[in-house]
Each structure stands twice: as structure tokens, then as C-alpha cells.
Design a protein around this ligand. Structure first.
Ligand code: UT7
Length: 328
């Protein structure tokens, strides 16, 4: 059983920041950021909470799907930057949009979150015949967890949300999900609620400079090396299950982290970058929101069309990775 992406909607914060903005905090320049990452600008949440961005995206998706919110039986939100430890962002969005007959929960698989969430939605649809529609939402505000004195990290991230209404379908579908916990300390942020004087287990930050409790640590080079291998590995594993190759795919929609990662992965897959949807130039890396933001934009621009075969490929903290191949 596959899934039908009935409709999508996105929300980007009002503020958009160019690369030059970061010259206020760190020794950097537009040329370095463009050539080393492909990023030119990114949106940054000001007053907008994560639940609000998710709600706005979800509202558009529900309107476009032309369904009644009461017909949605499950709301899943993928986020690593929730406004709350509890309740879930999903429960807040459920209430805000009057989705009164649904269960709701959040999912954290970092930048692979949308791929994990869509696959979870499909499994619920497959096993619960009373479930008609699932609302999946990715909403992230990475800007609130960034060290603005770390020039290798602060320039990468952006904020935003994107949502889709999903139903079951008989269209082509395959998925592959994985996690390599041995890489957990290569990309992490601590929970703010932990007492600052408590030395955390596992010496996660060994070898990293000291940072305030909740900020994001990353070994950029190691994450890069992981990403260029994980992207083709995840796609090939999902493709093998249904006997197809990269030639059969119309559009790859990868996690938007660094254009050099996408170029190298495309080479490793033996396909051109012209089959890859790239929006990181104006979105930056929005973690789990990056794939649906790119997908939604390409659909709205008429680049991705009904009947085409798509490969969504995510990778991120965990280190998680995964791919979904589906017909749009
Ligand atoms: O969702 C997953 C999240 N994480 C990622 O996707 C990160 C993946 N990694 C990357 O994208 C890249 O490794 C980075 C963009 C983070 C860094 O690019 P790089 O080509 O690996 O650069 P580097 O770390 O090797 O640094 C090269 C030089 C260094 O200077 P020195 O030591 O050679 O003098 C850095 O200090 O570039 C310097 N540098 C900068 N210079 C200007 C690092 N950041 C900047 C900057 N502006 N923003």
C-alpha cells in the first residue's frame, strides 16, 4: 500500500536574512557561504512559535485538500525544536485547527523527520481501516538553538514549516529507514531543562568548545562525510526493494543541508543534479522541514507534477537517514 499526497502547504517566517547579516556576529562573508554551502538567504522566526508556523502550513494544506478537519484521524508533527517539552506540538495544532476526532503526537528523527513521519503515516493508514486522512507537519525554528559565535554552524540554518494531507493509495511506494547511533555525538543539542552543573553522560561534548546548554554542536566535516554516503545508500536500499534505479526517478527531493552534499551524492548515484530539487539557496537548512518545504515549492511552481516518481531522502542527527520512493 502506498500514500497519496493530497495537498501541501508551507509557512516561512516574515524575516529573511542574507549572508551579510552574519558579518555582525562572526568573521564570514557572502562568497564563502555561497561557495561552501550554496546558501544565499534563510528565513528566521521572530515572534512566530513553532506551533504557529506548523498551524499556518497545515491550514493551507487542509484547505487545498478540500476536506473537513474532522475527517483527519491522526496528526503527526516532526520537530526537534518544539516550543514545549510537553504537550506535543501536534496536540496544539490539533486544537488550533479544530481537528476534533484525531490522535496526535510528535516525532523526532532530526533532519530525517519528514521521511520517518510519512512512513509512519502510511503504516497507520495500512493498519487502521477507520483512518481516512493523516495530517503530517514539519515545523522547525533552528535559529533558537544556534551558537551565533560559531561561524561554521550559524550560517547554515533557517526556520519554517510545511504540511501535507495524506490518504492511502495503490500507487508505487517503497521506504527504507535507518539510524547509526554511534554517530550520535557528531550532531547534538542538549535539553535546556538539565541542570548546567551536571556533567552529562557519555562526554558528548568532548573535543567541542564550551557552549551554553541548549545550543547545537556539530562536527561539520564528519556530518558531511556521513551525508554524502547516507543519501545514495538510503535511496538505493528503498529502490532495490521495488526493482528500480535512479534512472526511473523523475525528481529527487533531498534534505537541504549543503549543495556540495547534493552534488556529491548525485555523482555517487550516477545521476545529474538537474533531477534534484534544490531550495537551500533561499531556505538554508530547516532540518525536518527542508524536504516538505522543497517538495511543496516544486509542486506549487509546477515543476513536480502528478504521476511523477519522487525520491525523498533525509539524513541528520542520530545519525538517522532514510528514503521514501513514491508516485506523486
Ligand atoms: O542537517 C545536517 C546539519 N549539518 C550539516 O549539514 C553540516 C555538514 N557539513 C558542512 O556542510 C560543511 O562541513 C560546513 C559548511 C559546516 C563547513 O564547510 P567545510 O568546507 O567543511 O569547511 P571547514 O570546516 O573545513 O573550514 C574551512 C575553513 C576553516 O578555516 P581555516 O581553519 O582553514 O583557516 C574554517 O574556520 O573555513 C573556515 N570557515 C569559515 N570561513 C568563513 C568555517 N565557517 C566559515 C564561515 N565563513 N562561515
Amino acid at each position: 500500500m502506498g500514500v497519496n499526497i493530497m495537498a501541501m502547504g508551507s509557512y516561512l517566517p516574515e524575516q529573511s536574512l542574507t549572508n551579510d547579516y552574519f558579518k555582525r556576529f562572526v568573521d564570514t562573508n557572502d562568497e564563502w557561504i555561497r561557495t561552501r554551502t550554496g546558501i544565499c538567504s534563510r528565513h528566521m522566526a521572530g515572534w512566530e512559535p513553532v506551533w504557529y508556523m506548523g498551524k499556518m502550513a497545515a491550514q493551507k494544506a487542509i484547505e487545498k485538500a478540500g476536506i473537513n478537519p474532522d475527517e483527519i484521524g491522526l496528526v503527526i508533527v516532526s520537530t526537534i525544536t518544539s516550543d514545549f517539552l510537553t504537550p506535543s506540538v501536534a496536540s496544539v495544532i490539533q486544537y488550533e485547527l479544530g481537528i476534533s476526532n484525531a490522535s496526535a503526537f510528535d516525532l523526532n528523527a532530526a533532519c530525517s523527520g519528514f521521511v520517518y513521519m510519512l512512513d509512519a503515516a502510511r503504516r497507520y493508514l495500512e493498519t487502521d481501516e477507520n483512518l481516512k486522512y493523516v495530517l503530517v507537519v514539519s515545523s522547525e525554528a533552528l535559529s533558537r538553538f544556534i551558537d551565533y559565535s560559531d561561524r561554521g554552524t550559524c550560517i547554515l540554518f533557517g526556520d519554517g514549516a510545511s504540511a501535507a494531507v495524506i490518504s492511502r493509495s495503490d500507487k508505487m511506494y517503497s521506504s527504507f529507514l535507518a539510524s547509526d547511533g554511534s554517530g550520535a555525538r557528531k550532531l547534538f543539542a542538549r535539553n535546556m531543562a538539565v541542570a548546567p552543573q551536571v556533567k552529562q553522560d557519555n562526554d558528548f561534548d568532548d573535543g567541542f568548545p564550551e557552549k551554553p546548554q541548549h545550543q547545537l554542536y556539530q562536527d561539520g566535516k564528519e556530518v558531511y562525510k556521513f551525508a554524502v554516503k547516507a543519501l545514495p545508500k538510503a535511496f538505493n536500499a528503498a529502490a532495490e526493494k521495488i526493482g528500480i534505479t535512479s534512472i526511473d526517478i523523475d525528481w529527487f527531493v533531498p534534505h537541504q543541508a549543503n549543495v556540495r552534499i547534493i552534488e556529491t551524492a548525485a555523482k555517487n548515484l550516477g545521476t545529474g543534479t538537474d533531477k534534484f530539487i534544490v531550495t537551500l539557496d533561499h531556505h538554508g537548512n530547516t532540518s525536518s522541514a527542508s524536504i516538505p518545504l522543497a517538495l511543496c515549492e516544486a509542486i506549487e511552481k509546477g515543476i513536480i507534477q502528478r504521476g511523477q516518481k519522487l525520491a525523498l531522502v533525509g539524513f541528520g542527527a542520530g545519525l538517522t537517514y532514510g528514503s521514501i520512493i513514491l508516485e506523486y
